[in-house]
Design a protein. Structure first.
Length: 184
């Protein structure tokens, strides 16, 4: 079926709106992270969900980017003091950038391991179900009767083989061999 072009308009249904927000939010955060890594920019995204919950993403962090943005129009001396401290130590920004990248890598690894664990749990449940079916079959009276029938058939076959090797009472081996020789 593929992707369809959708009309850009507000979603009316609140449930669909929340689902759309959740899906688009992760994509937007991913694109923002890629932009920050590829271009070396500092950015911050702050948004509120339809349920009025705040969500944010920042590289290297939302606070650092907000402080730099607010530095152009400071509202208090506290913001200025924080910004001055950050500029005095540019290594902190580099460290924060490196730590942010490491955190993203760890999050990706955690998600991969979570998917593996989910798959292993699924396989384990399937194996337990298979073992339960095997136990039911072993305790089945129909299967037990079939096994008894096969054992009886094997015993009868063994007896028939033994009888074929040993002569029947009253008939000697010589007469059987003489008759066979005469026919040849």
């Amino acid at each position: 079926m593929g992707r369809r072009k959708i009309e850009i308009a507000e979603v009316k249904d609140p449930n669909n709106k929340q689902v759309t927000f959740s899906k688009r939010r992760s994509g937007l955060f991913k694109k923002a992270f890629e932009l920050s890594v590829l271009c070396g920019v500092e950015l911050a995204i702050v948004m509120f969900s339809p349920g009025k919950r705040p969500h944010s993403f920042g590289h290297p962090s939302v606070n650092i980017v907000a402080d730099k943005f607010l530095w152009k129009k400071p509202t208090s001396n506290v913001v200025r003091a924080n910004y001055v401290r950050e500029n005095d130590a540019p290594n902190e920004v580099d460290v924060m950038d490196r730590l942010s990248q490491q955190l993203s890598g760890v999050e990706v690894h955690i998600n991969e391991e979570h998917e593996k664990a989910t798959e292993l749990d699924k396989r384990e449940k399937e194996q337990e179900a298979s073992q339960a079916q095997n136990k039911e079959l072993l305790n089945s009276p129909v299967l037990q009767r079939m096994v008894e029938d096969y054992v009886d058939a094997i015993e009868v076959s063994e007896c028939m083989l033994l009888l074929a090797k040993e002569p029947v009472v009253g008939i000697s081996n010589r007469t059987i061999t003489k008759r066979r020789r005469r026919r040849n």
